[in-house]
Design a protein around this ligand. Sequence first.
Ligand SMILES: Nc1ncnc2c1ncn2[C@@H]1O[C@H](COP(=O)(O)OP(=O)(O)OP(=O)(O)O)[C@@H](O)[C@H]1O
Ligand SMILES: [Zn+2]
Length: 565
Amino acid sequence: MEVAEDEQLVRCPVCLRELPGAHINSHLDSCLQGGEDEVEPGPSTTCKRQRFTAAPSGSQVEGEPEEAGQATGSSFLHKGRGGGQSPGAPSRKSWTGREEAAAVKPEDGGSAGSGPAPRRTLAQKLEEKPLAERLRPSALGDYVGQERVLGAQTLLRSLLESHEIPSLILWGPPGCGKTTLAHIIANSSRKNGTWFVTLSATSARTTDIRDVISQAQNEKKLFKRKTILFIDEIHRFNKSQQDTFLPHVERGTLTLIGATTENPSFQVNAALLSRCRVIVLEKLSVEAIEAILMRAVRSLGVQILGQGDQHSSSATGSSSESSELPVYIEEKALKTLPYLCDGDARTGLNGLQLAVQARLAMGKTTPLNIPKGGSTDGILITEEDVKEGLQQSHILYDRAGEEQYNCISALHHSLRGSDENASLYWLGRMLEGGEDPLYVARRLVRFASEDIGLADPLALTQAVAAYQGCHFIGMPECEVILAQCVVYFARAPKSIEVYRAYNKVKECLRMHTGPLPPVPLHLRNAPTTLMENLGKGCKYNPAYKEPVEQDFLPEELKGTDFFKE
Ligand SMILES: Nc1ncnc2c1ncn2[C@@H]1O[C@H](COP(=O)(O)OP(=O)(O)OP(=O)(O)O)[C@@H](O)[C@H]1O
Ligand SMILES: [Zn+2]
């Protein structure tokens, strides 16, 4: 490790910070002991010491000062799914409003609280760090669900337990625990001295990748340390960026863990994919999410109010300043929430957080009858609050992502299977989720020919008309146009005769070796007398009473029947 004599910046091989050369030795001492030192990071620092406990879930190079991001209160909402839709857009105002309301309290002289979990402390707790981050498990024992890949006897678990981490692609829907699993691996492998570094494909540049690679090479050479590189949303890297680390994964310079919500066989470089084990994570079950929410509620010190317990349904609205009020949540709120978040734990936790924060900001108290505690005043979070909170944090349908393809494919299959109910359902899923009606209409045009074909040639007219109708009037009025067309198609007879025959033609052309057969002379356009003479022999059909025998296919294809099954 060379130390520059002048003030030139030198990169620390451990934490990748750039420091004046004169400081590097003393920095290295403290850095290797896991300490921080006071040297300012250099201007081009791209990758800092990796800290795992409190990192934001992957939108930045890990180790970026997460506190800064979260002070705005928006960082946990930004993970909302929804492609182009800005997840914060409809909700940010109320969210910010609430946040301010909740955040002001601590300063306006509430009691300094040595008592049990004062109200403002709960608000503060939620301010400090999003619930989903706060509760991110750091050990396998706290990781809920995903038994199919992580259960007792599974390969992955034994690999993790033996600290032999292969390169992995974690594929699963949003909020099912991909990043969390990577963090757990990080924690266990750090104990092993492995260097763990995170990049997010949404923000990392190719130079960042190169930096990590050269750092990993140093780690291996100088310290015999392994490097694990975690890349969130790996599908967002283009193929050439993915190529950058392929040779290093091959050589074992680094172990790659990629997380993706998209089918990796389309989105991840085939060569890279073949070096990685693909782990398919599933949407979390209702029970799993319930368990996660229970844990959240407990960690916040919120008590659960059972169905039998009573509370007056009209809040009395005594905007009490008391900081000692207990906070309750209706049991049925906790039972309902898991059904509404579509297997996405982050959505559930965000929904819960927003509900609690909204109630706290309102500061309304409700008289409650607690079975063991008699009657008391408290803050009650209701099922309605939770639904409201969820609406703000949850975007049901991901127009830009895989869900779009899943739904349109489900529609196509249901139509093919002549199931009018399922067809209408999938149509509804898309339209209610904000899908562009023309996208659906285009698919119907295709379906009309591919799957209904000559069994009902009017279908094509219907589809084109539906497309135009949607184009004229737009959503929401055009939804019934699509619905009509979809039901028509579900009920229509189906024929793929033409579709199949045409595919055979294409195949015949593809498989042909050597020069393509010339167009027979008698079929050619005959603009000159010479051509006319050469082409003699073509019989002009309309001039004959009976159908005429003559060949229209090239000589070598004579007798081919593309319609034969
Ligand atoms: N299996 C799980 N067990 C316990 N908590 C979980 C689990 N999965 C997710 N969570 C909770 O949900 C939050 C979000 O999960 P995580 O970031 O791992 O999702 P993800 O699959 O990486 O989603 P995305 O694709 O949106 O990044 C975590 O911070 C954690 O609190
Ligand atoms: Zn360092």
